[in-house]
Design a protein around this ligand. Structure first.
Ligand code: ASP
Length: 451
């Protein structure tokens, strides 16, 4: 059996839904269909989830949001109309939505999660009705009835392991199961959503639960590319990559597939096949445990801005017991997460995401690192981009770092920092944000164009 997940742009209009239907029925193994909320129909369009967030926020403020509510309902109505679905589907969606908006708001996070989740929930109901209207047996299944339980962390829920056994029972269901992505239920019956774009996570959880032979993830790009196509024109498509490579790439800006979604698939050893709903005949990209490393040391180059670095130096730091722990304790105390911490003998650098640093937090953390640790110097630098060169085959290839740094120096990109994890799946370069694109192009030319 296969689990097949469709992203929002694949479900944004009646035309898209017709493509989806064709894809699903053309392979009888495609029994579990996980769906997002309707996404963008064109570049400047707004995703239903974003409309719902605005709508929910207004309700929390006690403001009217009639326009937004109508916009949400109109999105479903136009799809339902065009597909010739009876009035019953829309009546149910409208009634449920109105009930939700009127529901308890004493816990704003929970209220927001209920509103957000309705995007996928209603879409799953609509899609199941559409499949049935085409003569295919299909049923909407609610995550609560299927036993998809999650932690009580609104907007960042994590699956509870018992869910997998519960979901296995979905195999007993007749026909096609249409399952809403993006949320599960807490043990006390409340809706809790995954992080944004979390329908990918649901798909992976269902795939793990039903022990699918493959998790097919249909989106709106032909494949995962070796580099961001908005930086390099027509880059090479990646046919196969490992979970670890995918994880590294999606960490640094590859947004095709949610990084958290790899975990359930990886744990069950289920391959993930990424494909384009608009061009399903193309092979797409397959994510697997192992691959033959036949094509050079590097599989892809990713980059992401929005980082800052804190540089700490103290003479004889290497001999001071507990220095690292004290640094981390201060970060923990201030409530900061860090990404990387490359170090030298008497210095270390902490790379953090800049969006958690307001002025007050910055002053506090710098003062504490300087004074409590008696550091010689503590310097923060903003506007750092991380560029990751990723490939499992780097382990077996000598000189990848040398090639990468040479390419950067020839492009006159100043390397602020280099970090290579002991796994040797990636080399990370810290560069100034304004040099990010130049750096990526130089590295792409070195590892792909030159070959
Ligand atoms: N609709 C949700 C979002 O926009 C989840 C998803 O599409 O995967 O984040």
């Amino acid at each position: 059996m296969k689990v097949i997940k469709f992203g929002g742009s694949s479900l944004a209009s009646a035309t898209q839904l017709q493509k989806v239907y064709k894809i699903v029925v053309e392979d009888s193994k495609r029994k579990f269909v996980v769906v997002s909320a309707p996404g963008k129909r064109f570049a400047d369009d707004v995703k239903v989830t974003d409309l719902l967030i605005d709508c929910g926020a207004k309700h929390l403020l006690g403001e009217t949001a009639v326009d937004l509510e109508q916009e949400v309902l109109a999105r479903y109505a136009s799809i339902a109309d065009e597909l010739g679905l009876g009035a019953e589907v829309m009546a149910r969606i409208t009634r449920d939505f109105e009930e939700l908006l009127a529901s308890d708001k004493t816990n704003p996070d929970r209220f927001m999660d209920r509103i957000k989740a309705s995007g996928e929930d209603n879409n799953a109901k609509l899609i199941a009705a559409f499949f049935r209207s085409q003569g295919t047996e299909a049923h909407y299944v609610n995550p609560k009835d299927a036993g998809l339980f999650v932690t009580d962390e609104p907007g960042n829920a994590q699956v509870l392991p018992e869910s997998y056994d519960n979901l296995y029972k979905l195999l007993e269901r007749d026909g096609i199961v249409v399952f809403p992505g993006f949320f599960g239920y807490t043990k006390d019956g409340e809706i809790s959503t995954f992080s944004r774009s979390g329908s990918d996570i649901t798909g992976a959880i269902v795939a793990n639960g039903v022990k699918a032979e493959v998790y097919e993830n249909f989106t709106d790009v032909d494949a995962v590319y070796a580099v961001n196509p908005s930086i390099v024109h027509k880059p090479r498509a990646i046919v196969e990559l490992t979970y670890r490579e995918m994880r590294e790439l999606s960490y640094a800006g590859f947004s095709v597939f949610h990084d958290e979604a790899l975990v359930p698939a990886f744990q069950a050893g289920i391959p993930v096949q990424i494909k384009n709903t608009n061009r399903p005949q193309l092979p797409g990209t397959r994510v697997i445990h192992h691959r033959e490393n036949t094509n050079g040391p590097v599989v892809g180059i990713a980059s992401d801005g929005g980082f800052c670095s804190i540089y700490i130096t103290k003479y004889l730091m290497n001999r001071e017991i507990g220095f690292g722990r004290k640094v981390l304790e201060i970060l923990e105390d201030v409530g900061l997460t860090y990404e990387h911490m490359p170090s030298g003998i008497d210095d270390l650098t902490i790379i953090l995401r800049e969006n958690q640093m307001d002025r007050q937090t910055e002053t506090t953390v710098l003062d504490r690192l300087k004074n409590e640790l008696s550091s010689d110097e503590v310097i923060i630098e903003h506007g750092i981009a991380l560029v990751m060169v990723v490939g499992e085959a780097m382990k077996h290839n000598v000189g990848t770092t040398a090639r990468a740094s040479k390419a950067l120096s020839e492009a006159h990109v100043n390397i602020e920092m280099i970090n290579q994890g002991s796994s040797e799946v990636s080399i990370m370069f810290g560069v100034k944000e304004e040099e990010e694109k130049k750096a990526v192009r130089a590295l792409y030319n070195e590892f792909f164009d030159a070959e």
